[in-house]
Design a protein around this ligand. Structure first.
Ligand code: GUN
Length: 291
């Protein structure tokens, strides 16, 4: 079994990005500037955004964190986005999801200038991705593709089963794995909560990508011997014996499944760090396009 080490891979990518930033600085050029908007106090979102800001510092990017309180109106958030769209200093920005219930997520994502949409969530970028055109690719699926590519995992003609059809992971992942390319050229099944006999599909998969958010859903008896298993789940499960009061669990029952798989991502240290590296990569691209 080969462990797909997202921490190591993301550190390599961050080192490569830092080299490019150092080269920009040496030429006296502007370094990439990423902004993140966080509405409210969700613990997991605070952690993710904190990691994104720290990653910017590590590679030499400028970063700006805009925190708005939980009661912020949709109007104020849309105004904040308009300001970021028009701010020449900012190369790219993200609005951390999920948003409080009183805010219409669709309206918010549509308000982001596609040229600054380093999350790749705007329909322009999503559509361009689906049509094999150059675009910003959502960071988590992009990170999984890069993890597969750098570990030379063969996806050509393989049956990939993706579990979960979210706009952030499952849906874009299904597009990327079925696109022409390497990685890619895979035969994709997108399974979800309404899929009948989901276990039969998972059992037939050469590559399983689980983005369900149900801790330890994928068990050893559900996967084929030699399968590649990518675990996108990061659920906080209450655990009073732990100082933080919770433990992080993936979608995959790691001990059993790893014994059968050819490649597997750990949680934590698998897909999570890759997401951050690819957000930086998109921001570097945004800067290069604006230069
Ligand atoms: N929430 C969970 N994942 C993401 C992500 O990749 N981007 C944003 N903006 N919010 C998220």
């Amino acid at each position: 079994m080969i462990l797909l080490d997202g921490r190591k891979c993301s550190n390599e990518i961050k080192d490569e990005i830092k080299e490019q930033v150092d080269a920009l600085k040496a030429k006296g050029q502007k370094v990439p500037h990423l902004a993140a908007v966080l509405v409210g106090n969700d613990g997991a979102s605070l952690t993710y955004v904190g990691s994104k800001v720290r990653a910017c510092e590590r590679v030499g990017f400028e970063s700006t964190l805009i925190r708005l309180d939980e009661e912020t109106t949709e109007e104020v958030l849309l105004k904040t986005i308009e300001n970021l769209n028009n701010d020449d200093e900012i190369d790219g920005f993200i609005v951390q999801l999920p948003l409080p219930k009183h805010i219409d997520e669709e309206k918010v994502l549509l308000a982001v200038d596609p040229d600054k949409d380093v999350d790749g969530f705007h329909p322009t970028n999503f559509g361009r991705m689906a049509l094999d055109m150059e675009s910003f690719i959502p960071a988590t699926p992009f990170g999984i593709m890069e993890l597969l590519r750098r570990n030379e995992v063969d996806t050509q003609g393989k049956h990939t089963v993706i579990i979960g059809r979210s706009h952030i992971v499952g849906r874009p992942m299904s597009i990327l794995m079925s696109r022409k390319g390497n990685p890619g050229n895979s035969t994709v099944t997108l399974a979800h909560s309404r899929t009948q006999n989901i276990e039969e599909y998972i059992k037939s998969a050469d590559i399983v990508i689980s983005a369900l958010g149900v801790p330890e859903f994928v068990k050893a008896d559900m996967v084929k011997e030699g399968a590649v298993v990518i675990d996108v789940g990061i659920t906080r499960v209450p655990d009073e014996s732990h100082p933080k009061g919770y433990v992080i669990k993936g979608d995959v029952e790691f001990d059993g499944v790893s014994a059968k798989s050819s490649h597997i991502t750990p949680v934590p240290g698998g897909v999570g760090p890759m997401t951050i590296a690819m957000l930086l990569q998109n921001t570097l691209l945004a800067r290069a396009r604006r230069a």
